[in-house]
Structure formats: structure tokens, C-alpha cells
Design a protein. Structure first.
Length: 408
């Protein structure tokens, strides 16, 4: 029974890899769901605007009672009617509004993708930050085991009058300081995990190892947030065109059929027509409004110009960040090489000094310095490896690529 329970534990505790976290976040995060709902709303607005091309059909009824009947009018008149109307020409207003809604839908789509990619980058950064902190904690725990063993050994020497009190105190101070640092790192891990859980939208227990593909091309595309603004700018321009349509003729045709009924009628108050079909064609054109529409159009176009300058800034900002991301990748590779060399040297030095210390040749200060160096070197090397993965994610983000698709 115990053996079966041990076999089931790995199945119950499943580590999350980065790809599964990104997939879950881009589908279930409240931020993404919010953008999805906004896109659905824009889609419905577009469908509504396209429906404006179709004829309108209205039905209605009325009842009229005159207590003091007017000459030649019955006391009670009631009717039911149906009316069909169609805009023959509206100055291009409907087509401009459809184009406006189409670009709003396009903008919301880019905005949603921008939110997904931005969220993915944040998830990647937090993921590898946690992995770095966990490696730091592991290095501290290894140091804890070494310090605990040496502290016990030195305490026994002190009891046997072979070591002095200050030898024990130095090791005790180093041990307690390391415990303090371990607790601090644990809190950092907890905080980072809670932040990651907030972004992803699920509880996270453990994280599996993940890494990105090596660069296979250097294609560059605008990020989706800039594309969203470009579509929004086009939407505003079409909005301005819809305003201008008021200065063009509007031609509309309507046909209505009405069936009448009467009460309290006589010779002096005769009944009218029983049925009536009415066809009406109207033509309307605005000749003067003191520039109201024109000024409104200018205001709308000014907003479009403001967006244009914002687009220029974001385009240049992306180029700068892309260049920095390239340089960061090159730097990370150099840092890994240097950190690995430092780790190997620190391990070699610590092994030698530990042997000397156990043999009583090296003193406490030398041993503690060597232990501190190897602990820091282990953490630094892991940090360099994880920083390279963050650099890859940043590069893919600013090159306009999908981060998740470039994971191994």
C-alpha cells in the first residue's frame, strides 16, 4: 500500500512547464478574456452597421378620439399600418461607418494579441526569476549543510579544548547569516510565485525546466500594439468621412400601407378611406450649418494625426528595444561563459581549502570566504543561464514574434 502511494505521488504533483503556463495564461487570464470580449463586441457592432444597408420594416397602430367632433371628421379613428423604407443614397455614410467598424474590429484583434504577447513576456520573466531564486536557495541550502557540519565539528573541538570560542562564533555567525538569507530568498520565491499565479490565473506548485530555441532567423515585424494604433487611426479617418457625408444628398424611398376603421360617424362626420397606400420619395441635403460638421471633422482628423505621431514614436521605440535585445543576447552568452569559468574555479578552490581546513591547515576566514565564493558562483551561473532565456523572450517580443511558438 505504501509502495503504491509512493508511485502515485509524482502523478499528483505535476510541475508546470513554461509552455503550458503560457498556453493557459493566453486563454484564461482575465486581461485576455477582457480583450476577447471587447473584440466580440466590436464584431457585433460591425454586423449591426452592415445591417443598415437592408430595408427597414415598421408596423404600428393608432387610435384617435374626438369628444367634440370636428366637421367632416368621425369621432373615433383607428388604424394599423406597415411601412417599408430604403435609403437609395446617403452620401457614403453607411460605407464609411462600415469601414470604421471594420478597422475598430481589426484594432481590437491586434490589441488582444498585444496583450497576449505582453503577458507572455511578463510570465517568462517571472518564471525564470523564480528559477534563479530557487537555484540561489539551493546553493544556500548546500552551504547550510556544509556550515552545519563544520559548526558541529568545531563545537566538538571546542569542547575538547582543541578550538577556541571565536572559531565557533565565526562559524555560528556565518551559519545564522546563511539561514537569514535562505528565509529572505524563500519570501522572494513566494512573492514571485503569487505574482506569476495572478498573471497566469491558476495555482502553481512547482516549475519544470524550459528553454527557448536558438535564433534561426532575424525577421522583424511591427509589434501588435503599434498595429492596433494604426488600425485605430484608419478607423478615425473613416469616422471623419462619415461626418462629411452630411453635405451630400440623401435620397430615401418609403412605402406605407394603412388600414383605417371609424366609429361615431354620420353625414356631417363621414368616414374616410378604408385602405391607403402611400409612396414617398424624399431628398435632403444640408446647405448651411455654420461649419459645424467641418469643424467636427477637423477635430477627428487632429486625433488621427496625434495617433500618427504616437505610432512613429512606438515604431522607433521598438527598433531601439530590438537593438538592445540583440545586444543583450550577445552579452548573456559572454556572461554564461564567464560565470561558468568562475564557478569551476570556485569549486576547485573550495575543494582544496575545505581539505586544508579539515586538516587544520586553513583558518576559518579562508574557509568561509571560499564557501561564500562557491555559493555565489553557483547562483550567478544559474542566473546567467536564466537571464539568457529572458533575453531570448525579449528578443522574440520586440521582433514581433510569438514567444510561445519559439519554446523548445
Amino acid at each position: 500500500m505504501i509502495r503504491l502511494a509512493l508511485l502515485l505521488i509524482p502523478m499528483l504533483v505535476c510541475a508546470d512547464d513554461l509552455k503550458s503556463l503560457l498556453d493557459f495564461a493566453t486563454k484564461n487570464s482575465d486581461l485576455v478574456v477582457s480583450k476577447t470580449l471587447t473584440q466580440e463586441a466590436k464584431s457585433k457592432e460591425l454586423a449591426s452597421q452592415k445591417s443598415a444597408y437592408f430595408p427597414t420594416l415598421d408596423i404600428g397602430a393608432f387610435y384617435q378620439r374626438l369628444d367634440e367632433r370636428s366637421p367632416y371628421i368621425p369621432g373615433d379613428t383607428y388604424a394599423g399600418y406597415a411601412k417599408v423604407g430604403l435609403d437609395i443614397y446617403d452620401g457614403g455614410k453607411k460605407s464609411s461607418l462600415v469601414d470604421q467598424k471594420e478597422n475598430e474590429l481589426k484594432s481590437s484583434g491586434f490589441d488582444m494579441e498585444a496583450t497576449k504577447k505582453s503577458l507572455s513576456l511578463q510570465v517568462v520573466q517571472d518564471f525564470f526569476t523564480i528559477k534563479t531564486l530557487e537555484a540561489t536557495l539551493e546553493a544556500r541550502m548546500e552551504a547550510d549543510r556544509s556550515l552545519k557540519a563544520q559548526l558541529y565539528r568545531m563545537t566538538q573541538f571546542y569542547i575538547a579544548k582543541i578550538a577556541t570560542k571565536d572559531d565557533v562564533d565565526r562559524l555560528q555567525a556565518a551559519y545564522d547569516t546563511n539561514v537569514y538569507n535562505m528565509e529572505s530568498v524563500k519570501l522572494q520565491i513566494l512573492s514571485a510565485k503569487k505574482q506569476l499565479e495572478l498573471q497566469v490565473g491558476k495555482n502553481i506548485e512547482t516549475l519544470d525546466d524550459s528553454s527557448f530555441k536558438e535564433l534561426n532567423d532575424k525577421k522583424y515585424d511591427l509589434i501588435d500594439s503599434t498595429k492596433a494604433l494604426m488600425a485605430q487611426k484608419d478607423s478615425i479617418k473613416y469616422s471623419a468621412e462619415s461626418l462629411e457625408s452630411v453635405y451630400y444628398p440623401v435620397l430615401r424611398v418609403e412605402d406605407s400601407y394603412t388600414s383605417y376603421g371609424y366609429d361615431r360617424s354620420d353625414i356631417l362626420h363621414p368616414e374616410g378611406a378604408k385602405d391607403q397606400n402611400k409612396l414617398m420619395v424624399t431628398l435632403n441635403m444640408r446647405l448651411f450649418d455654420n461649419g459645424t460638421i467641418e469643424k467636427s471633422k477637423e477635430a477627428v482628423l487632429a486625433n488621427a494625426q496625434a495617433l500618427g505621431r504616437q505610432i512613429n514614436y512606438l515604431t522607433n521605440e521598438q527598433k531601439v528595444n530590438f537593438s538592445i535585445a540583440e545586444a543583450r543576447l550577445d552579452t548573456s552568452k559572454a556572461e554564461i561563459k564567464s560565470a561558468l569559468s568562475a564557478l569551476n574555479a570556485a569549486k576547485s578552490a573550495f575543494k582544496t581549502i575545505e581539505e586544508k581546513y579539515n586538516a587544520g591547515i586553513a583558518d576559518n576566514v579562508t574557509y568561509l570566504d571560499a564557501l561564500s565564493s562557491v555559493t555565489d558562483a553557483k547562483a550567478l551561473y544559474t542566473k546567467a543561464l536564466n537571464d539568457e532565456q529572458i533575453a531570448y523572450a525579449t528578443y522574440y517580443f520586440y521582433s514581433g514574434k510569438n514567444i510561445e511558438e519559439n519554446l523548445k
